[in-house]
Design a protein around this ligand. Structure first.
Ligand code: GDP
Length: 274
């Protein structure tokens, strides 16, 4: 049952309990602030609760700009951060493919995840399939040095996608590494177009903690929300967007290379309505 149907059920009860509505939205990770705003507005008029709910969702996402920054000068540079299993590697491949299909010719992947064994191999397989270049380090090599080597490669490149270690958020060393990578890119190229945090739709409230941890290490500019094809819409992006003012920029909508969309609030709402 989708979120709208669940709300309808709650509101159709004879003795409408605001506490139950509150509990439901909190349990779906929409966050205290959003939930309270909704409840507050309901008190004024609860006849159009679904419209009100939708309006507040729209306001949340309209407060940030989901447009992906591909501004010149070339190369356009994207850094990818995220926990293991979030879909980071797949998202890098999807984005390489996405921009390849949109006229970006010379694309370079930098395999900066030297921590997880297999990460570089996985990315290499994608690079080969997509016909894009890749710079790899050795297992355990300082990721920032791999990034440095990658950025030293003669191009010219239109687009450079940098993978970083999928890390447990509490791992201070790995988070520091991310800060170092950011510095290396800025020193060497003078700009980063986007730092994407890859979040799994199925993670629940933990996605908020991930955002919190990563935002301390690097200037995250956008979220890639993967596994959006899974059952329910992740409410947790609402408090993330509200708190961090960071937009969701892409949605991962399946395991295939083409299963990537730029974010739109309509798509998010259609997930809430089933
Ligand atoms: P990483 O450890 O963060 O690099 O994660 P991977 O890219 O290896 O992805 C982990 C798993 O999630 C793989 O089985 C992917 O096929 C799957 N996956 C990634 N993105 C999506 C998505 O948008 N939808 C679905 N259904 N599966 C996804």
């Amino acid at each position: 049952m989708n979120i709208f149907e669940r709300l309808k059920n709650l509101f159709s009860k004879k003795n409408l309990s605001i506490e139950e509505v509150e509990e439901f939205l909190i349990s779906k990770n929409f966050g205290v602030s959003f939930t309270e705003a909704f409840i507050e507005k309901l008190k004024e008029n609860n006849a159009h609760y679904l419209e009100l709910f939708e309006k507040l969702i729209r306001e949340t996402f309209d407060s940030v700009d989901p447009k992906v920054n591909t501004d010149e000068p070339k190369p356009v540079i994207f850094v990818f951060a995220g926990s293991n299993g979030s879909g980071k590697t797949t998202s890098i491949a999807k984005i390489a493919n996405y921009y390849k299909n949109r006229g970006f010719r010379n694309i370079l992947l930098i395999a900066g995840d030297t921590f997880r064994s297999g990460a570089t191999e996985q990315l290499s397989i994608w690079a080969e399939r997509l016909g894009v270049e890749i710079v790899k380090g050795k297992t355990g090599q300082d990721p920032a040095s791999v990034v440095f080597d990658g950025l030293s490669k003669e191009g010219p490149y239109d687009l450079i996608l940098i993978d970083t270690s999928g890390r447990v958020e509490t791992n201070e060393n790995l988070l520091r590494e991310l800060t170092k990578i950011e510095k290396v890119v800025l020193n060497k190229k003078g700009h980063i177009n986007e730092v994407f945090l890859v979040l799994d739709s199925l993670t629940g409230l933990n996605a908020f903690s991930q955002m919190e941890a990563f935002a301390k290490a690097i200037n995250v500019t956008g979220i890639i929300l993967t596994k959006f094809d899974s059952n329910s819409a992740p409410g947790v992006v609402v408090p993330i967007v509200q708190t961090y003012k960071i937009p969701v920029k892409f949605l991962g909508t399946g395991e295939d290379i083409d299963n990537l969309e730029e974010f739109s609030v309509d798509t998010y709402i259609s997930k809430l309505t089933g």
